[in-house]
Each structure stands twice: as structure tokens, then as C-alpha cells.
Design a binder for this molecule. Structure first.
Ligand code: CTP
Ligand code: MG
Length: 233
């Protein structure tokens, strides 16, 4: 039997950089709640079998009420950091067979397209871990530890801006997170980073993303210093 493809919509963030009265993924854009846009796109994709939504504590009822998507099988509570939300959902999917494919997607990227999903799934035929990404257009600079000077400017031709969806064979991402849990200093801002750090034999495929698949991050313009304070998130 063909392996199952499960989309995971990560919608449990606190939007600290965005501000506002509700987390950004529950703000209205284009006439509906932001998280609903990507749920809809995955729900109608012919190769996606199930959709799981990860929500902040207190949002279970609201999302359950709004759930009129036929493929949504679970609404899971998230954790403090993004990686805690990923761990929670992997636990909730504990009974899935090893060859199940999971696609983690940021609810804060409402304009994901079915073509990007196609490309990530296509790459999954050759890899156990894949990320959508686009070439960096701006030059990217690394700061010194005090964050007040430029330390390095890596060659832009080798720099990508990483997006989601990120696809994994579920046994691969489980193994990566199991190793991460044993590391007291573990932290991560995406799921591929966990594979990169803890399963270094595993190659991570690159699928073409799209500039339109940006992540809503900052709300009202902040001072640079405000942004730097939360740069680790
Ligand atoms: N996310 C999550 N659980 C968390 C943190 C983040 O599910 N504990 C989700 C967010 O809802 C978002 C994506 O992961 O869809 C990460 O994007 P980001 O811009 O970092 O969102 P927030 O973490 O909410 O924002 P901030 O970092 O500014 O607090
Ligand atoms: Mg965050």
C-alpha cells in the first residue's frame, strides 16, 4: 500500500514579534483566518491524506468549531517553542507506520501553493528529509556575539532562505527529535535543522519554494534593536 502523506500545520506560536491581541495565525487576512488558508491548500491537495493542526492552549474549541475540512483528523496542543509543538505532534502521531511522510508547515505562511507541495513530495522519493527554499536575494551577514558588528558575509550563491513545507519520513524525524531530547542545550527554529544537527548522515533535499510563500513575522515596524532581541526565535 502507498505510504500515507500527513500535513502538519504549525499554528501554536505566540507571535511575539508580530504583537497584536491574537496570535497572527488567527488574524484575518483575505477575509479569513490566516491558519485556514494553508489548511485549505493542503486539504484540497490530491496527494495529502490527512491534515493535523497544532494550536495554542485555549484554541482547541475555536479550531474544532471552524473545522469543516474533510482531511483534518487531529487538533493537537502545541508547546512553548516551535520544536515543542513539533515534538507534541510527533507524539500524537505515535501510531503511524515508519514510512508515513509528514510535511510540517508554518501557519504563518498562508500562501503556500499546491505546486510547492508537489515539489516537496516529488523530492521525498529520493530523500528522507526535504525543505522548500529560495535563493537568498539580499546579502546575508553574520553578527559578532554582541550583535553590534558584522562578523562575516557568506558567499550569497551558497545561501538559501529556508521555507516550509519541510517533508520527512516519519521514522527519520522521530529519530532526530529523540536524539535532540537527550541534548540539554537543544534548540531549533525549524525541523530540518534538527535532522541536520542530530542525523548528520542524512542528506536534506532542496525543493524550489516561492517568494510568495513568505512568513508573516513582524507586525507594526519595530526598531532594529527590538528585532535583534528576539532574533533567536
Ligand atoms: N509555532 C508553533 N508553536 C510554537 C511556536 C511557533 O506552532 N511554540 C508556529 C507558528 O504559529 C508559526 C511558525 O511555527 O506558524 C513559526 O513562525 P514564527 O514567525 O516564529 O511564529 P511565532 O513563533 O508565533 O512568532 P515569534 O517567533 O515572533 O514569537
Ligand atoms: Mg517563533
Amino acid at each position: 500500500m502507498k505510504a500515507k502523506n500527513i500535513a502538519i500545520i504549525l499554528a501554536a506560536g505566540k507571535s511575539r514579534r508580530w504583537g497584536g491581541n491574537v496570535p497572527k495565525q488567527f488574524d484575518i487576512i483575505d477575509g479569513r483566518k490566516m491558519y485556514a488558508c494553508s489548511v485549505e491548500t493542503f486539504n484540497k491537495h490530491p496527494q495529502i491524506d490527512e491534515v493535523v493542526i497544532v494550536v495554542p492552549d485555549g484554541y482547541q474549541d475555536e479550531v474544532s468549531r471552524e473545522n469543516n475540512w474533510c482531511k483534518v483528523t487531529k487538533i493537537v496542543s502545541g508547546g512553548d517553542e516551535r520544536f515543542n509543538s513539533s515534538m507534541n505532534v510527533l507524539q500524537a502521531l505515535g501510531n503511524e507506520k515508519d514510512d508515513t511522510i509528514v510535511l510540517f508547515h508554518d501557519a504563518a505562511r498562508p500562501y503556500v501553493s499546491s505546486e510547492i507541495i508537489d515539489r516537496v513530495l516529488e523530492m521525498m522519493k529520493n530523500y528522507n528529509a526535504v525543505t522548500a527554499a529560495i535563493p537568498a536575494t539580499d546579502t546575508i551577514a553574520q553578527m559578532n556575539d554582541d550583535k553590534n558588528n558584522i562578523k562575516d558575509i557568506p558567499d550569497r550563491q551558497f545561501i538559501l532562505q529556508v521555507q516550509t513545507p519541510q517533508g520527512f519520513k516519519i521514522s527519520t524525524i522521530r529519530e532526530a527529535y529523540n536524539s535532540a531530547k537527550k541534548d540539554g542545550n537543544f534548540t531549533a527554529t525549524d525541523d530540518c535543522g534538527v535532522v541536520l544537527k542530530y542525523l548528520n548522515h542524512e542528506k536534506i533535499g532542496i525543493a524550489q519554494g516561492d517568494e510568495k510563500n513568505f512568513k508573516y513575522t513582524f507586525g507594526v515596524p519595530n526598531k532594529l534593536s527590538d528585532n535583534l532581541d528576539v532574533s533567536a526565535r
